[in-house]
Structures are given as C-alpha cells and as structure tokens.
Design a protein around this ligand. Structure first.
Ligand code: GDP
Length: 195
C-alpha cells in the first residue's frame, strides 16, 4: 500500500531510458470534501501532448506533461483520507511525496484552518527537505458561499512560505496553471538541491 498501476510502470526505469527520467509523486492532502478526488481526476485526464501516458486507477493518477519543452511524469496520490487517523499511514504519505498540494475549500473555513497543522506535520516528517508545497484554495466558483478570501489564502501561504493557487476544479479554472506550477516548483527545488 499504496500501489501504482500504469502502462509506463511496466518498463524498466533506468538511466538509459530517458523517457523514465523525471517521475515525481504528488500528494493531495486536506480535509474531506474539499475536492481532492475531483482535482486528481482532472489532473489525470486533462488533454496534453502525451495522452497515451494517462492512466486512471483508483487512488493514483498518472500524467505525462510537456512543460517548457521538457517531459515530466507526475503521479498524483489521493490517499490522504484512507490514511485517516492512522498516524503511521499519514507518515507514510508524507515520506513518499516529492511535492504536496495542501487543498482546502474556500467555502469551508475549517478546512483552511487545518492547513497550518498539516504543514507542521509535513515539515516535522521531512525536516531536511526543501519540498515543493502549494496551498490550493478550491471551489472558487462558489462565490456566494465563500468563507475564505483570496487575500487570506495568499497571506497564509506567505506566512508559511508556500505558493498559493486558487482554483475551481468544477470549472477547470486555473487547474492547468497549477499543474504546470507543480512541475516548475519540482524542477526549481531539484536544481537548487543539485547546486
Ligand atoms: P475530497 O473528499 O477532498 O476528495 O472531495 P471530492 O473531490 O470528493 O469533492 C467533494 C464535493 O465537492 C463533490 O461533490 C465535488 O463535485 C465538489 N467539488 C469539487 N471541486 C469543486 C469545485 O471546484 N466547485 C464546486 N462547486 N464543487 C466542487
């Protein structure tokens, strides 16, 4: 647990195979109902230049992307809620990820208020890693039931030293930008690490 099944995982991941370079695990973390599964489905299914690489399994969504002329494969894990109150499973999630999307709903203040705690848990689990972390405010389309403003989202992200992205998974608004942002953050941190 968890396992990834995909077409491309059959092939040998060696340095000889350039197409297998740059495979990263992205964890979707956040409260129930904020839109993690919806978002993972979109990320797994958006059209791109490598549609054959797309696969859809229960909790993992694999996606090949061409960003700035370079290919990257992202595997999205929607397993946080399964981990639930099992702290060893949560720890496993936090150890596995190469990047994290901390998702909340702008219509659910408590999901927003849980972010600092989640981030603390993550940074405690990975104290020596400069991991890309993006706070994601979802359901931006539901203007009338909004409980968290864009400013609050940005301010919290600034205080916690994370990126911020406000999206609507329902309308696919800003989702492509977020996806590319994840890839760029991963590359940036990787380059910094190699310096
Ligand atoms: P999860 O529990 O975090 O995986 O959340 P889900 O992906 O299951 O979404 C919970 C509910 O919110 C579902 O009914 C979704 O259709 C809905 N939902 C997800 N994203 C959006 C969004 O951007 N806008 C709106 N209006 N509803 C959304």
């Amino acid at each position: 647990w968890p396992s990834v099944h995909s077409g491309s995982s059959d092939s040998v991941r060696s340095s000889e195979s350039n197409s297998e370079v740059g495979v990263y695990k992205v964890m979707l973390v956040g409260d129930s109902g904020v839109g993690k599964t919806t978002l993972a489905g979109i990320f797994g299914g958006l059209e791109d230049t490598f549609p054959h690489g797309t696969d859809h399994q229960e909790d993992t969504y694999e996606r090949d992307l061409l960003v700035d002329g370079e290919k990257t494969t992202l595997i999205f894990y929607d397993i946080w809620e399964q981990a639930g109150s099992q702290s060893w499973m949560q720890e496993n999630c936090l150890q596995m990820g190469d990047a994290f999307l901390l998702v909340f709903s702008v219509t659910d203040r408590s999901s927003f208020q849980h972010l600092p705690g989640l981030l603390l848990q993550l940074r405690t689990a990975r104290p020596h890693h400069r991991i890309p972390i993006i706070l994601v405010g979802n359901k931006g389309d539901l203007a009338r039931s909004r409980e968290v403003s864009i400013e609050e989202g940005r301010n919290l992200a600034g205080m916690l030293n994370c990126k911020y992205s406000e999206i609507s998974a329902a309308l696919h608004h800003n989702t492509q930008e977020l996806l590319e942002g994840v890839v760029r953050q991963i590359r940036l941190r990787k380059d910094e690490g190699e310096r």
